[in-house]
Write a protein that binds this ligand. Sequence first.
Ligand SMILES: [Zn+2]
Length: 332
Amino acid sequence: MLYYRDKSFFVSVSEIDVRSRNSSFQSFPSALSRYVLANGEKEICYYVHPAIRGNFATGYFMFMYRLMKTAGVNLMNLADHVNSPIQAFSAPEDVIAAKDVLRTRGTGNNSTYVTRGADGATEVYGKTYGANKYESTLICLALARIATVGLRLYQIEEGGLKALPLPSRRAIHAWGGVIETSTPAFEAVEFRERNSLRSIRFSYNLLEKFEKKCCAFCACAIPQIVQGAHIWPVAAIKQSGLPFDEQLDHALSGQNGLWLCENHHKLLDSATLYLHASGRLHYRRSLNAHDTQFVRQTTTTAALPNVVLQPQFLDYLAKRNATIAAKDYMPI
Ligand SMILES: [Zn+2]
């Protein structure tokens, strides 16, 4: 930190020898958090060491530089070292799209997911310990600058591993973000008290499995109206007589779920639609012609792909379908 003419400059200097994608940014979010929490005139800067070597202009690095720019960082001499200009993200959708591209190329870090909640707030789901905490902090602070409806960070705590460091959490709060933490205790209370499980962990597991919110029956990808749907319903799990911990595991398993839009979630839960073990979607024969036409037009997926039909998924599906009379249904 430099203090000059009544102004504080927080300067993070790059590594010289860039080896792995995370190590290069490990000190930066700490500098950014301190900058956010400082009072008075201030500026946050990133300075590339002139002797830098290694691959520091990969897709992942460029994504990180764009996040820095979005967070208001002065990328002092970066233009001397990378060819293309670094542009700030202007909306959360830009960040979501850029992260999707990284994932498709197989270079992304799959531990952090950016999406939107039902109320339109930008949501970050992430493991926030180990090296992931640097990326999560930067993503949240960048998004806090451009998320108009609000920003929520859902932290996934595992095996006693801790949440974000206190300065990061305080910085995210200072820029208007809200942080919620998925701990085993939190998930147990959610499961015990609600039938429509509002589980951070279940959503995170579905994001890990499918990568983004997209209805499995119609490909609607408007995240505000796409929900985590259970295959073996939570209410049925609760009546299974299994020990509580096992019930909770089934309720949180990513294998026990699909992303469905609000329409298809209700069509499935009302048994208007029936998912056969082959993956084929069926509709109820007793629907009138108008409703049949509506269901057939809006359900654009005839059958789920085999990659979804894993043995565990099919076990859950068999439990859901135990009370279904298949003869009452027709293939879509
Ligand atoms: Zn749908």
